[in-house]
Design a protein around this ligand. Structure first.
Ligand code: GAL
Length: 692
């Protein structure tokens, strides 16, 4: 088994040999007679890793006084006998009805004061002391009973923390929020300063006046709202840490994770409600779930969003291997139109994650449910049974992943870093900003797509920025002085740093930086803006380099040493710079004062890459994904054809999907993929030839 570093910097033994393969296994939904058959099927499909017990609290503790572990003992024994490693849930994700009926205050309260009813899942408030007590009792029982079980490879705390209960406005939450604020600010004077409460007569004179920002007359205080988002993320992280503490006390050597939803967003936020950049260092291995699929969604950009999410997962994992804890073999039941995946799509989705650093591919769930809210969600074993195309594809995927065993532990090298900052995203989702259309996550995704011809890391601002030839700062609205200094230092040290509009505008208290925009980056870029002129949803502007731009314009003036690369050609901004570059130390600082269409962004990316000595074109067409993983044992080139046409790529080695030797042009049918074990350690970028 390969190793990685865990959250304490220790060697982490990966849960399985090679690339882990499996999914959520929920045997409690089935009679015991089915379990033995399940394990046989797992062996047939090379499944070696399953997550057990995620939603089994009510089964494990059917009443407050009774516990029933016998069934789980038998499940773990069976799995162990079948050679399947277990990611054992702490089972705290959904409290049983007896708990939330006896203690209604455990259930979360929404922003209009409505307390959620029993009947769904994850119906608990992160700030409820009663939930905390009961959940930790369960964790302790699980750890004591199963800590020494030979099948146990990993602890799985709760499930997608924050998926349904990320914001709770209950009295418990109000008290916890005040405690959090007291730790952050010390006293009310400092809170009043940070929140700018002189505006709209919001000065607080006693802590009890400070409440969660529930529904009110109109816009809330921006820093109050931002602190609320920070608190909500921390409140759930605190539950994770409390469970981890119990697990570490009893089973110090078993790694701990909880499954993130990186890039999945939430009803309130494009980036989701948990600041995973802060959560990741607390995981022994980072795991995430991904359900943005296409073309079932009709979303032609789905594979770009998948690769963005995967690169962001690797970014927050500090380039360590990570685990895809859940995705779908086919249909995803919560989509309004719930279509099956097309032939080959599951393999392509799975390999896209592996290409970008996943050392595990798992799904929700092993056997499709007959009853319950997710009965129309796909599974490894579908309703149709094993005489089905889906099962045959699952068996094929297992065989391919088995052949990829040596890939495990290898790394993805990315010459381009794209910064992503959860807090800037949350701040830009508030009312009262220059434009609702200016969203850092959207800009970051567009940049990722524009630079798709080279591999990108998507990293938080506190990452090591020195390793990138190109560093992109997409609408990083909030920025501390220290962060701005580190970004400037990267330019001075030789990086091409591209800053996009609405970056560096406010400090981390969300106070605007005075003296002209873009505040924190004005000196680095040598540009200054006094006022913004955002565009309406249907408006465009033409630049003199042929680019059409949207969303944003500004009246930009530039210092003498700044090159203007594109100007506005029309309207009141005619002649005003829109794209600039300034030499800085050994590198340069580029400013993009608008949002070009995709073609314009790609051209800018080409120019910047050429300056940095990177060949954007040699690597990839944006719909032919080509990513290399490299390790001590070799290098592997992942080639995924997302187009509807045949493509040809020059490669040399053995394709581990088809087990064919390739030397020269490899033609991939529409939707097909290859993983080339390269004959000589690859460094050069392969060329995509004219379409066959
Ligand atoms: C995930 C969740 C699973 C299952 C899956 C499919 O978000 O963790 O329990 O619900 O989605 O919808």
């Amino acid at each position: 088994m390969h190793t990685a570093s865990d959250s304490r910097g220790r060697h982490l033994r990966w849960p399985t040999r090679g690339i882990s393969f499996g999914g959520d296994y929920n045997p409690e939904q089935w009679p015991e007679a089915v379990w033995q058959r399940d394990v046989e099927l797992m062996r047939e499909a090379c499944v070696d890793f399953v997550t057990v017990g995620v939603f089994s609290w009510a089964r494990l503790q059917p009443t407050p006084e009774t516990w029933d572990f016998g069934w789980l003992d038998r499940v773990l024994d069976l799995l162990h006998d079948g050679g399947v490693r277990v990611d054992l849930a702490t089972a705290t994700a959904s409290p049983p009805p007896w708990l939330t009926a006896a203690h209604p205050e455990v259930r979360p309260v929404d922003e209009r004061g409505y307390r959620y009813e029993i009947g769904s899942r994850q119906t608990w408030s992160p700030s409820s002391p009663i939930y905390r007590d009961h959940s930790l009792t369960l964790v302790e029982k699980m750890a004591v009973r199963y800590g020494g079980h030979p099948a146990l490879a990993l602890w799985h705390v709760s499930n997608e923390l924050g998926c349904h209960n990320s914001r709770c406005y209950s009295p418990d939450s109000a008290r916890a929020f005040r405690r959090w604020l007291q730790r952050r600010y010390g006293d009310l004077t400092e809170l009043n300063r940070a929140w700018g409460t002189t505006f709209w007569s919001q000065h607080y004179s006693a802590w009890d006046e400070v409440v969660p920002p529930a529904a009110s007359t109109t816009f809330g205080n921006p820093t109050h709202l931002l602190d609320w988002r920070r608190f909500c993320s921390d409140a759930l992280l605190d539950q994770y840490l409390a469970e981890r503490e119990v697990l570490r006390r009893i089973t110090p050597d078993v790694p701990v994770t909880t499954n993130f939803m990186v890039g999945m967003g939430s009803p309130q936020s494009l980036a989701g409600d948990m600041n995973y950049a802060q959560w990741a260092p607390e995981q022994d291995l980072v795991s995430t779930d991904h359900y943005l699929v296409g073309p079932a969604t009709g979303d032609g950009a789905a594979h770009h969003r998948l690769s963005f999410s995967a690169d962001l997962t690797r970014g927050i994992a500090g380039s360590q291997p990570w685990l895809l804890m859940e995705h779908s073999t086919s249909a995803v039941n919560w989509q309004p139109v719930n279509r099956a995946k097309t032939p080959g799509e599951m393999l392509r989705n799975s390999l896209a994650h592996v290409a970008r650093g996943a050392d595990g591919v798992a799904f929700f769930q092993f056997r499709a449910s007959q009853a319950g809210a997710e009965k129309f969600h796909s599974a490894l074993v579908p309703h149709a049974g094993t005489d089905s195309a889906r099962w045959r594809e699952v068996v094929q995927l297992g065989a391919v992943l088995r052949r990829l065993e040596p890939v495990a532990g290898s790394r993805v090298e990315a010459p381009v870093g794209i910064l992503f900052d959860w807090e800037s995203q949350w701040a830009c989702e508030q009312d009262g900003h220059p434009s609702r259309l200016m969203q850092p996550m959207t800009i970051a995704e567009q940049m990722h797509r524009a630079f798709a011809g080279v591999t990108c890391d998507v990293v938080p601002p506190d990452a090591d920025l020195g390793r990138y030839s190109v560093l992109v700062v997409p609408a990083m609205y909030l920025c501390s002085d220290e962060e701005a200094d580190r970004i400037s230092a990267a330019a001075r040290a030789g990086a091409q740093v591209l800053v996009t509009a609405f970056s560096g505008i406010a400090d981390r208290d969300d106070h605007v930086r005075l003296g002209g925009y873009p505040g924190a980056f004005g000196d680095l870029l040598g540009v200054r803006t006094e006022e913004f002129f955002p565009l309406g949803a249907d408006e465009t502007v033409a630049l003199d380099d042929g680019t059409t731009a949207r969303v944003w314009t500004e009246y930009l003036t530039v210092a003498e040493d700044v090159d203007v690369l594109a100007r506005h050609t029309e309207g009141h901004l005619q002649g005003v710079p829109a794209v600039t570059r300034r030499p800085v130390g050994d590198g340069a600082a580029w400013y993009l004062a608008t949002v070009p269409d995709m073609r314009g962004l790609e051209r800018l990316a080409e120019t910047i890459c050429a300056t940095a000595g990177l060949d954007l074109h040699a690597g990839q067409h944006s719909d032919v994904e080509i990513v290399r993983r490299q390790g001590e044992n070799g290098s592997w080139l992942f080639v995924l054809n997302h187009t509807n046409e045949k493509v040809t790529v020059d490669v040399s080695g053995t394709d581990l999907v088809t087990e064919r030797v390739v030397d020269g042009p490899l033609t991939l049918e529409p939707g097909n993929c290859a993983v080339i074990r390269e004959d000589s350690a690859g460094t050069g970028a392969p060329t995509r030839k004219a379409d066959a």
